[in-house]
Design a binder for this molecule. Sequence first.
Ligand SMILES: Nc1ncnc2c1ncn2[C@@H]1O[C@H](COP(=O)(O)OP(=O)(O)OP(=O)(O)O)[C@@H](O)[C@H]1O
Length: 224
Amino acid sequence: MAIRAANVTLSLGSNDAAVSILRGVDLEVPYDSSVALLGPSGSGKSSLMAVLAGLEQATGGTVLVDGLDFTKLDEDALARARRGRIGIVLQAFHLLPTMTALENVAIPMELAGMDDPFGRAQAELEAVGLGHRLTHYPSQLSGGEQQRVAIARAMAAGPKIIFADEPTGNLDGSTGTSIVDLLFARRAALGATLLIITHDPELARKCDRVIVMHDGHVVERVTT
Ligand SMILES: Nc1ncnc2c1ncn2[C@@H]1O[C@H](COP(=O)(O)OP(=O)(O)OP(=O)(O)O)[C@@H](O)[C@H]1O
């Protein structure tokens, strides 16, 4: 299993002010599969993703990601565990404005000490259709192009698991559709697992499984 989570809880704040955000989530996600995470606003989708991606520590339960027990790792070890294993795409593209498209994709790999960061970055930008935009800065790119750079950044190190939180939320309909197609195509090419938060039932149907959350729980699991 790419992800195996059992009885995961997340509380934020302490004592009287504590808020229960995840209230015992169980989840199994096979390798090389796609999963849509649906549910009303505030149901805990982004919080669950943060825990599974190693960005936030669960308060309780077990979180096994690619065989690693994330609940046993401190922040530094989590950062190391994410490298080359996990790719993240968010609604806001979070590109660095002072870096070109190529640098935005290559520099994180260079900092992580990976081999040939610029060669890999160029290959991945070509794969997302941006071979002609390598030296453009984010401000010179359209929203859809910026999200392609963000996807290239998430994919370039060859992650086993890709997390995407409403990746089309800032894009118009047809641009959003092409971004989704691209995510699915790159996922398949890499043999990676994709977990995608969406409000779009049509997108959810494209995934192998659909998981519905409500009030910090998983309330429905559907295999499509
Ligand atoms: N840092 C925080 N401190 C306190 N409460 C928080 C914090 N982060 C999230 N929450 C609360 O946790 C609950 C779940 O939030 P989360 O963002 O995971 O939901 P979501 O399902 O992703 O919602 P949306 O679809 O609106 O993005 C919400 O009630 C939110 O207000």
